[in-house]
Design a protein around this ligand. Sequence first.
Ligand code: ADP
Ligand code: MG
Length: 301
Amino acid sequence: ATPVGLLTGTGRGAQLGILIKGPQVLEDTRTVDTILLDKTGTVTTGKLAVGNTLAFDGYEGKDVQRLAGAVEAASEHPIAHAIAAAAGEAQTGHDDGGRLPAVEHFRSAPGGGVVGTTEGHVILAGRTAWLTENGVRPSGAQLEALADAEATGATAIWVAVDGTPAGIISLRDTVKPGSADAVAKLKKLGLRPILLTGDNAAVATQVAAAVGISPDDVYAGVLPAGKVDAVRRLQAGGAIVAMAGDGVNDAAALAQADLGIAMGSGTDVAIEAADLTVMGNDLGQVAQAIELSRRTLAIIK
Ligand code: ADP
Ligand code: MG
């Protein structure tokens, strides 16, 4: 039988926009002492703005954007949405009525990038490892250009055409208005917050500083499998681990965590893997859920 207090807690959670998979979840929530926070879409809005587009010799910025946009249109990653939307906008007013070229043979690798064929060319977009895995070798100067873009705090994405780097698209994300307060509250509740991201270290460190996470607790450049390993390592060290995320790339880590928390705006796989979903997409609700579980169980005792 489920204690009445837990059921009441579940109901109270629903009122607050916190959906809990079962009464047992509140009991797990209470004991959590470490919380891994995915960056993109969890701590930040995930609504990225496309900034500079750099085109290498033989390419033009508008072509780099259009080709990348066409392939990214098939991906649900926040980076993909931003690039596809910007490319679509740039097309508006053209003869084709703003439509991006069609794509064949689309494939995406969570935490890596996308590939597809459009206008007769094979287009890759993604991080450095995704390019090299697919046999594309950027030159030293091109790698430097990427490092320069990242040093400004941008997320920088390679675009390659038929096996040759064609350009770099820079994007910027915004920290959610409630994230800093939420991190402060989590710390007050005795939790150690850790920022976990597949993005580069410069961006991750800036976001951590903006919300009050220690630079020692920033895990950047982490692939989806690495996110699961991060949860396991902390658990092996004796921590009771919560993980909050929204992406396909977070799902396995959400399942492995003692408490998996999904953003309501997140992908279906993330929501399915999580124990608890915050409908307002706000980290403040995560702190609220932990507070609620502690209060609810205190009442039962
Ligand atoms: P996060 O942990 O911040 O949510 P991901 O693990 O989803 O990030 O992605 C890590 C990195 O992989 C991104 O910063 C980007 O370089 C690359 N990447 C992932 N998906 C895409 C995509 N659809 N297009 C381009 N690059 C991508
Ligand atoms: Mg995310």
